[in-house]
Write a protein that binds this ligand. Sequence first.
Ligand SMILES: C[S@@+](CC[C@H](N)C(=O)[O-])C[C@H]1O[C@@H](n2cnc3c(N)ncnc32)[C@H](O)[C@@H]1O
Length: 219
Amino acid sequence: MIKKFLHSFRYFLLGNLREVRLSKHFSEIIIKYKSSNNLNILDYGSGFHPSVIVYTSKILNENEIVANISCMDFYNEEELEKLNKLYRHINFSHLTNVENKKFDFIIISDVLHHIGIDKIEEIKILLAKLSKLTDFVLIKDHFEYGFVSRTLLRFMDFIGNYKDGVSIPKSYFNKKSLSSLMNDLELEKVHDVKKVSLYKNIYFPFSLKKFQFIHLYKR
Ligand SMILES: C[S@@+](CC[C@H](N)C(=O)[O-])C[C@H]1O[C@@H](n2cnc3c(N)ncnc32)[C@H](O)[C@@H]1O
């Protein structure tokens, strides 16, 4: 009941602006850095309402790019059947071992903070593993700047994710912790979208642009 209400409330408040804008950013970056018009893309933690990757694939298609897209998350059998039937051009699967696959881009959008920033070793192992399979890792995540931003981000994560049973983060990256993680992993930042605007300004007393980042990393 409360989950259904939160789903409708979020849609009433925000619509699908986040998904439309993120897919625009993601496709622009992929188009800029692609080495061919035939791409293998993995969306790791694609979500239970995977609009971002669905819209991204549509834009790539409109740009005559053949994108072979794989999506992974904690889907159950029923969800997998539904998603694979609904989006026949995308392959949805369980989070399984991907070690012998190769991708041009791996997208990790708003996933790392759900693993838990306090579990930095787990994040490091995951990124080290995924980055070996791809030329580029595209990461969208949040920056916190202190108590107020952390609380606001947690509130938004609750509204956005409680309905899907996704764990609500306790904290987020700050610029220093992210940069130290990427240095340890020897991943080079090649693209940085500054001031990512995903929500209508009228809903928020101050700009949320600096709370979001979209980075492209190269091995
Ligand atoms: C906020 S949703 C993001 C969905 C989509 N990527 C997007 O940007 O709209 C976070 C997703 O991360 C997934 N997730 C959480 N922990 C994960 C993990 N350890 N590995 C992979 N995915 C995870 C959740 O199941 C959830 O679907």
